[in-house]
Design a protein. Structure first.
Length: 279
């Protein structure tokens, strides 16, 4: 039986576990080198402090990265621009947490002066920015080389002479006209209406639902076979027959799809869609 792709909940849980394991390793590394004067503290205390800060940083920065991914998809903004803004914003709650934790042993939660607060902010920004950069470079590289499972070539049926006894083996099944369907649960049917990037996963939308597959958008498009459609946005591919309505909001254009879906159209693709008489 062919193993189906993981559900969204399973994929999310797996990603969080892996991310927290990486953050723990980063916390251990920081505890060993003792940056920002922490080397003066005992090693066990450094382990507890830096691993705790690493997990807390994940809680502060990871939601900001999801917001950045949404901004890239929905607003067609440059990836590294929205990531930079997300890191700058995520550093604020992390700085507040660091200041609060450092002042608890002193028996006071008084906010320090502006100079100390800004110094703490930039210290946190250096580490938070470096870790965010590491995550995106490593995960982006891993995604770029991720092999895409396609249908295996069917073996050639052996030649059986007419005089041979026994039943003649059935010819091999023809290859699927849409190899991407082979990676989806059967309950989603065979009518693919759109592909949407979500972080490092590809969400395949059908008339009956959707599922996540670990691959790039361009690899998913390559597996669609003869299905007619276009990439309307850096994060969206839409099937031609799935477009129900063109929604205009000023200069912004969206394609209304079945199941209440709406795919944004990048301004750079408007001319191509007009030439193809989509809009």
């Amino acid at each position: 039986m062919t193993r189906q792709p993981a559900s969204q909940r399973h994929a999310l849980a797996r990603r969080i576990i892996i991310d927290l394991a990486v953050m723990t390793a980063i916390g251990v590394f920081l505890a060993v080198i003792g940056p920002f004067g922490s080397i003066a503290a005992p090693l066990p205390e450094r382990f507890v402090t830096w691993i705790g800060f690493a997990w807390l940083g994940y809680a502060c920065y990871r939601p900001m990265q999801s917001v950045a991914a949404w901004g890239e998809r929905a607003l067609d903004l440059p990836r590294w621009g929205v990531l930079t803004a997300a890191v700058l914003v995520g550093t604020v709650p992390m700085t507040v947490a660091v200041v609060a934790i450092n002042t608890v042993p002193l028996g006071s939660l008084r906010w320090p002066g502006l100079e100390i607060a800004m110094g703490t902010y930039f210290s946190v920004l250096v580490i938070g920015g470096a870790v965010t950069l590491l995550f995106n470079v490593v995960q982006g590289g891993a995604r770029a080389v991720m092999p895409v499972a396609g249908p295996a070539a069917a073996p050639t049926a052996p030649f059986v002479p007419e005089s041979a006894s026994g039943p003649v083996p059935a010819p091999p099944a023809p290859p699927s006209p849409n190899p991407l369907l082979d990676q989806l649960p059967a309950e989603l049917g065979s009518a693919i209406i759109a592909l949407e990037m979500e972080d490092h996963y590809l969400r395949v939308h059908t008339m009956l639902g959707s599922a996540l597959v670990l691959m790039r958008l361009r690899d998913g498009i390559a597996l669609l076979g003869d299905l007619q459609g276009m990439q309307v946005h850096r994060s969206w591919w839409v099937a031609r027959e799935a477009v129900e309505e063109v929604v205009r909001d000023g200069r912004n254009i969206r394609l209304k799809l079945p199941r209440g879906l709406e795919a944004p159209v990048a301004r750079a693709n408007v001319t191509a869609l007009r030439d193809a008489r989509w809009i």
